[in-house]
Ligand binder design. Structure first.
Ligand code: GLC
Length: 491
C-alpha cells in the first residue's frame, strides 16, 4: 500500500465490549480490516455500566487520568482507559472513556434496561463523549490524519475539532458514517450551549428548531458514507425516514457514498465458531441438525427434524418490520413451523412478543437482551432467518445467515437487496427468498415459498449452497474506505 494513515475510529458501541445493534459489529470488524491493510487504526468508545473492565482487560493510562471535560459551563472528569480489539490477523488499540455519572452509573447503552426508555440526558452523555475524544488527542499530542465518526452519538466531533480546536486539527480530515439516518440525536435548541461550540456555528447545527448533530456532521465532514449503495440511493428520495435531511445530502452528493458492510470472517465462520454447539465439518446436515437440536433445547422447544425452524435476531425498532410479523402471526403459526426470536427494544414491543409466545408456546420462543452466543446459535441452528424490514441500511444478519446455511427471508430493501437474491427453482440461482412490498400478504407468500422449498431436499441443498459459497468478508468494501481516506488526505 501507499502511505499508511493514522485513523481514529469513533463509535458509541463495539464488540467485544458492548452491543445494541450492527454498529458494534462494524466498529470491531472494519477497523481490524483497515489495520490489516496497514493503517494505524485506533478506536474510541465510552464504557457503560454493563461493560466489565476485568473481562475486557481495560486498564488505566497515567496521562489520561481525571481529564476535565467541559459540558456547557460545568465540567466533569473523564478517565480514558486503554484496551485492544483483535482477531488472529490484526490488533487495534482502543481508548475507552470512563465517567461515573454519564456512563458507569447506567447499565444500558442508550436506554434504561427496566423501562426501555432512552435516558433523558443522552444528548449530554454524548456531548461529553465527543469532547473526551478531542481532549484525548490534545493530551496525547496525536492528531490523526483521519477521524472516522459513526452515527449521531459521535457527530459533534468534527464540529468541535473544526471550530474551537481548528489549529490543532488543521491536518485532520473527517469521515462520517451513518448506520441509520433516521436517528439524528436532536435536542432542544435552548441547550445549544452545552455543546461548547461557538455561536457562529449555531445555524449549521439547528434544524427544525432543534440542535441536530447529524446535520452538523454532514456539513463539517470531508466525506459522508453509509452502509450500502442501495440505502445510500434510496434515502436521497426519502424525506420520511430522513427527517427531510435528504435535501442536504443531495447537496453533498460529491462527498457521499454507500459502501456495503462486510463481516469479520473469524467471528462468523461456522467451521471455527466456538459459540455454537457443533462446528461445521464435512457434513452440513450433521452441523445443522446438531445446532438445531441444541437451539431447541436451550429455548424450550421440542426438536423435530422435519419442522422448519425460523430464527430472528433483531432490535424491536419499527424499521425491522416486527409489526408485519405480529399482524401475520396467526396465519404463520397455523403452519408446521417453529420460531426463535432474540430481540431487544421498548417494553411495549417486548410485551407484544411475549404475549404471542404465550399464545403459541410450542411454536414460538422469545428471548430478550444482548446475547452473542445465542445469536450465533440461532444462525447455526435455524433453517431460515427472517428480516421483514421496512427499511434496512445494511442488514448484517442476512450475511451471517448465508454463511451459516440459514436461508434468509427478507424484504428487498436497502442493503438486503445487495446481500440476498430471490431463489429461482428453474435456473437454481439465488441465495434466499425476497419480497418487494411491505405487506403481510407478501411476507406470508415468502414464508410459504420457503416452506415448500424446504420439503424439496434437492432444491433446498442448492439454495443453501448458493448462500454458503458467497464472499461476505470485508475484502471488497475495505478497499473503498481506503480509497476515500486517500482522496481526502491527498492535499
Ligand atoms: C444499523 C442498521 C443495519 C446495519 C448496521 C451496521 O444497525 O440498521 O442495517 O447493518 O447498522 O451498519
Amino acid at each position: 500500500m501507499a502511505k499508511p494513515l493514522s485513523v481514529l475510529f469513533v463509535t458509541s458501541e463495539s464488540l467485544p465490549y458492548v452491543k445494541y445493534g450492527g454498529v458494534a459489529d462494524v466498529s470491531y470488524s472494519l477497523p481490524l480490516a483497515l489495520r490489516d491493510l496497514g493503517h494505524d487504526m485506533r478506536i474510541m468508545l465510552p464504557k457503560y455500566g454493563c461493560v466489565s473492565e476485568r473481562r475486557n482487560r481495560i486498564h488505566e493510562i497515567n496521562r489520561l487520568r481525571d481529564v476535565p471535560i467541559p459540558v456547557g459551563s460545568h465540567s466533569d472528569p473523564a478517565t480514558i482507559k486503554s484496551s485492544s480489539i483483535n482477531n488472529p490477523r490484526a490488533k487495534v488499540q482502543a481508548y475507552i472513556t470512563t465517567n461515573n455519572k454519564y456512563f458507569d452509573a447506567k447499565k444500558g447503552i442508550y436506554s434504561d434496561a427496566k423501562t426501555g426508555k432512552p435516558y433523558p440526558d443522552n444528548h449530554e452523555r454524548f456531548i461529553f463523549f465527543c469532547r473526551s475524544v478531542i481532549e484525548t488527542c490534545l493530551i496525547l499530542g496525536w492528531f490523526p490524519d483521519i477521524i472516522h465518526c459513526n452515527d449521531w452519538q459521535t457527530a459533534l466531533v468534527p464540529l468541535m475539532a473544526r471550530t474551537t480546536f481548528a489549529k490543532e486539527f488543521k491536518k485532520t480530515k473527517f469521515v462520517f458514517t451513518f448506520h441509520n439516518i433516521n436517528q439524528q440525536g436532536e435536542f432542544s435548541e435552548k441547550l445549544f450551549d452545552l455543546t461548547g461550540l461557538p455561536q457562529k456555528v449555531k445555524n449549521d447545527l439547528i434544524y427544525k428548531k432543534m440542535v441536530n448533530p447529524v446535520k452538523g456532521a454532514l456539513i463539517y465532514s470531508d466525506y459522508i458514507t453509509t452502509v450500502s449503495e442501495t440505502y445510500a440511493k434510496e434515502i436521497l428520495q426519502d424525506s420520511k425516514n430522513t427527517n427531510d435531511l435528504n435535501v442536504l445530502l443531495l447537496k453533498y452528493k460529491k462527498k457521499y457514498k454507500g459502501i456495503l458492510n462486510g463481516i469479520d470472517t473469524y467471528s462468523w465462520d461456522p467451521k471455527i465458531d466456538s459459540l455454537i454447539s457443533k462446528k461445521l465439518g464435512n457434513n452440513f446436515d450433521d452441523f445443522k441438525q446438531a445446532n438445531k437440536k441444541s437451539l431447541a433445547f436451550k429455548t424450550g422447544l421440542n426438536y423435530h427434524d422435519e419442522t422448519p425452524l425460523i430464527g430472528m435476531v433483531t432490535r424491536l425498532d419499527e424499521q425491522k418490520g416486527v409489526p408485519l410479523l405480529t399482524s401475520a402471526a396467526d396465519k404463520i403459526f397455523q403452519e408446521d413451523i417453529q420460531m426463535v426470536i432474540l430481540c431487544d427494544g421498548s417494553q411495549e414491543a417486548k410485551n407484544e412478543l411475549r404475549d404471542l409466545s404465550l399464545k403459541y408456546p410450542k411454536k414460538l420462543k422469545v428471548r430478550f437482551g444482548f446475547d452473542e452466543p445465542l445469536a450465533h446459535l440461532i444462525e447455526a441452528g435455524s433453517d431460515m432467518f427472517l428480516m421483514p424490514s421496512e427499511y434496512e441500511p445494511c442488514g448484517l444478519n442476512a450475511m451471517y445467515s448465508l454463511a451459516y446455511g440459514s436461508v434468509p427471508i427478507v424484504r428487498a430493501t436497502g442493503g438486503l437487496t445487495e446481500i440476498v437474491s430471490d431463489f429461482n427453482p428453474e435456473t437454481k440461482t439465488g441465495n434466499g427468498i425476497t419480497f418487494k412490498n411491505y405487506k403481510s400478504g407478501e411476507l406470508l407468500s415468502s414464508i410459504a415459498k420457503a416452506l415448500n422449498l424446504f420439503k424439496n431436499k434437492e432444491l433446498w441443498d442448492v439454495l443453501i449452497q448458493n448462500g454458503r459459497s458467497g464472499d461476505y468478508s470485508w475484502s471488497k468494501s475495505v478497499i473503498k474506505y481506503d480509497e476515500i481516506y486517500k482522496i481526502i488526505t491527498k492535499d
